[in-house]
Design a protein around this ligand. Structure first.
Ligand code: ADE
Ligand code: ZN
Length: 338
């Protein structure tokens, strides 16, 4: 089977997707009009042209601005539904998505508006598209600990809808230890934990996310290579890394895709996965990320399938669901070899 078709038809699991980062410029314009929010751009093309980032912060500034068009429950539904239709196109069979409540509650949008809009779309996707999902609530790490505690409090009535808490936004200057106590509380309340670490911050952040926040997965984690003992530990523990190749390129974590270390980490036996992060801003959903990695590193089918199998192992679902997904991936691999 030709490689592009192999990738397109490969069943995939996405574990690192910010729903606000799936807001395409066309929808940004539509919602801005619907909600009468002024935009500093004349057209979706002009918005796309502004997506030239020099680092994480330069992206975050424009990303938080874009999210301001989201006001009503229907807006969060439409945003999530549009992403799920992209999942269907890319053969993503299961997705675990992040949302940033503080980006919205700080503008006066109710927590319930955000969660209800997102979860209604997730539920419709399961019944209508056969795509399963989980929801992860992220704390914005540039805000203080108290704000994170208040956000956690707001999430408690939605425990059945939110599987885990995470940590995103500016990594530099906001290390995992700042949120140790709130993560402790979240774990006591029954949430799993994940955290962005080692994206543009140090490998020390990865170590501390594991030892202090007790994360079940590390989001990004690519800077682990600065600490060979940590790399060994990640392999030994099979600690999943949710790597986002096109994001890393756009935010200049790596200069070119051939310099990206994802394949080196795969060869070392780490549980690395491929994800899209903020696809509307970084120019690609799941298939595009798989294709970019495959083409720059001349990967074969077995390695590509391994990324998907790793994501199944790393997902927050029961063993029976994992077995079903694993079998679908293995069947695709076998079929492609016959
Ligand atoms: N929020 C959305 N995308 C992010 C990323 N790649 N890193 C940190 N925070 C984010
Ligand atoms: Zn991210």
């Amino acid at each position: 089977m030709e490689q592009l078709n192999f990738i397109r038809q490969l069943p995939k699991v996405e574990l690192h997707l910010h729903i606000e980062g799936s807001l395409e410029p066309e929808m940004m314009f539509e919602l801005a009009k619907r909600n009468q929010i002024p935009l500093p751009f004349q057209s979706p093309e002009e918005v796309r042209a502004a997506y030239q980032f020099s680092n994480l912060q330069s992206f975050l500034d424009i990303y938080y601005q874009g999210a301001q068009v989201l006001i009503h429950e229907q807006d969060f539904y439409d945003l999530t539904w549009a992403y799920l239709l992209r999942c269907q196109q890319d053969n993503v069979i299961h997705t675990e998505i992040f949302f940033d409540p503080q980006t919205h509650t700080d503008r006066g949008i109710a927590f319930s508006t955000v969660v209800n809009g997102i979860t209604k779309a997730l539920s419709d996707a399961e019944s209508q598209l056969g795509i399963t999902s989980q929801l992860i609530m992220c704390f914005l790490r540039h805000l203080d600990e108290q704000a994170a505690f208040e956000t956690l409090e707001q999430a408690l009535p939605y425990k059945d809808k939110i599987i885990a808490v995470g940590l995103d936004s500016s990594e530099q200057g906001h290390p995992p230890e700042k949120f140790q106590r709130v993560f402790e509380k979240a774990r006591q309340e029954g949430f799993l934990t994940v955290a962005h670490a080692g994206e543009e911050g140090s490998s020390e952040n990865i170590r501390n996310a594991m030892s202090l926040l007790h994360v079940a997965r590390v989001d990004h984690g690519v800077r682990c290579v600065d600490d060979p003992l940590l790399v060994e530990k990640l392999a030994e523990l099979q600690m999943p890394l949710t790597v986002c190749p096109l994001s890393n390129l756009k935010l200049k974590v790596f200069d070119t895709m051939d310099q990206h270390n994802i394949c080196e980490l795969l060869e070392k036996g780490l549980c690395v996965t491929i994800n899209s992060d903020d696809p509307a801003y970084f120019g690609g959903y799941m298939n595009d990320n798989f294709i970019a990695v495959a083409q720059s590193h001349s990967l074969g089918s077995a390695s590509l399938a391994q990324f998907s199998l790793n994501a199944v192992e790393a997902s927050f679902v029961d063993e029976e669901s994992k077995a079903k997904m694993r079998n679908r991936i293995l069947a695709h691999l076998e079929h492609s070899l016959s």
